[in-house]
Design a protein around this ligand. Structure first.
Ligand code: HDL
Ligand code: ZN
Length: 418
């Protein structure tokens, strides 16, 4: 659909941009999806879509059911309740509810009838292995980066057994337990054969680096990552800051890998909501600045959770070429904020950013997360190219397709390889 607010003389340009955005495939650089080899860990289908933690927290606003009674229900019963509250008793206007409908519509299912039983029957006919191909095609996504934690007891054994990789699923090494609760992981690392102690001696640091090297190789990590609370500070004397400085950053330099920092999460502000219970806080980005300035040989990727941090994050990226910012993360993944952030980033950073990642936890979600974001990114690009055309600088189709490839994974690919 052509951008209606483009001046008529630029209608052709608008059509070219929208076509390029629709046709350019995406490399999704942060998701919680799993290679099909992980079996049940790869979530997909209508019930997983409905019990996604975003909808759980929204449904509880209409439920006076005690939390533990909800959690005692089966997945189907939880999905029934969420469907009733968020779709039937109230129109599904929230982004996560709209997203479910975008997925179903894109898969050719009839939502008009509002018949959840019929929808379940349709999904029952599909098998995960060919469903992955179908969903990635519908989403225009050719590669998804997983979030891989050696500390996840369901995931680790699969990696230790080894399996033939589906090359569409790349990996990122997630370090939250190591960096945020070091003392609790010491016994686990020792069980796995790493001779670490609670105190961060040189021997312990070198054993942590051996752990990082083993897992970076095992999963062929594209980058290392950690999500930190708003009060995260660097430099610091705490275990986390010390491990980042003396183990993670030297490891990343040795392996040429970016370190992705994801600040701003207040974990478990309402623990009764479980995965849905995390909140957001304003981060002091001086820590990110100190990392970028103090370690110019390291590459840092960052996505920050608070809307109010976004402008300063763009300015930091202007100051430090070893910082690549990405995504409209989690509570920011809504049309109004995606538009605001994408405009701000293009105006301040041009095309040296990755405007979006899906953060998908359910395979089908990449359909809606990318359809909704493509529409907004296209609209912003039309406006920016139209502004250029008004100066006499008309981008060619080849140039604008190059730019879109950059935004959809190319810039990050080059950043990782730099
Ligand atoms: O820490 C993260 O990577 C976040 O994305 C959390 O997983 C969060 O629960 C989420 O799914 N956000 O979209
Ligand atoms: Zn995530």
């Amino acid at each position: 659909m052509t951008n209606l607010n483009a001046k008529p003389k630029h209608a052709r340009l608008a059509a070219l941009v929208e076509k390029a955005v629709q046709e350019t495939s995406v490399s999704d650089i942060h998701t919680h999806l799993y290679d099909p080899a992980f079996g049940e860990l790869l979530l997909w289908g209508i019930d997983d879509l409905l019990v996604y933690h975003y909808l759980v927290s929204e449904a509880f606003r209409y439920l006076d059911l005690p939390y533990d009674k909800f959690w005692a229900l089966s997945k189907t019963q939880q999905a029934d309740l969420i469907w009733e509250k968020l779709f039937l008793e109230n129109s599904p206007v929230s982004e996560s509810c709209r997203g479910v409908l975008t997925c179903l519509h894109a898969l050719g299912l009839d939502v008009k009838k509002r018949d959840l039983v019929a929808l379940r029957r349709s999904f029952a006919k599909w098998k995960p292995q060919d469903y992955v191909t179908r969903v990635m095609a519908a989403a225009g996504v050719t590669s998804v980066c997983m979030t891989n934690s050696p500390f996840d007891d369901l995931e680790r054994p699969v990696w230790e057994r080894g399996f033939p990789r589906d090359e569409r699923f790349t990996a990122a090494l997630r370090l939250d337990p190591l960096l945020l609760s070091w003392k609790s992981v010491v016994p686990r690392l020792r069980d796995w054969g790493y001779g670490v102690q609670a105190s961060l001696s040189a021997k312990t640091i070198s054993e942590v680096r051996r752990f990082l090297a083993d897992w970076s190789r095992r999963i062929q990590a594209r980058y290392l990552m950690v999500s930190v609370p708003p009060e995260f500070q660097f430099p610091g004397k705490d275990d986390g800051a010390q491990l980042i400085e003396h183990a993670v950053l030297p490891h990343c330099r040795e392996f040429g890998l970016p370190f992705a920092l994801m600040p701003g999460v207040k974990r478990a502000v309402n623990p009764q909501l479980r995965l849905a219970g995390d909140g957001v806080g304003l981060t002091n980005l001086a820590s990110l600045q100190n990392l970028c300035a103090g370690f110019p040989e390291n590459k840092f990727a960052a996505t920050v959770l608070a809307r109010e941090n976004q402008h300063e994050l763009c300015i930091l990226a202007r100051k430090f070429r070893n910082l690549h910012i990405f995504g409209c993360w989690w509570f920011l993944n809504n049309p109004s904020l995606i538009e605001e952030m994408t405009r701000m980033r293009l105006e301040l950073l041009g095309l040296s950013v990755t405007p979006q990642h899906s953060d998908a936890r359910v395979l089908d979600q990449i359909i809606y997360k990318w359809r909704h974001s493509r529409k907004i990114i296209a609209q912003v690009l039309v406006e920016k190219y139209t502004d250029l055309a008004d100066t006499g600088w008309v981008v060619s189709e080849e140039e604008l397709r190059r730019d879109v490839r950059n935004l959809f994974g190319g810039a990050f690919e080059r950043f990782c390889k730099a």
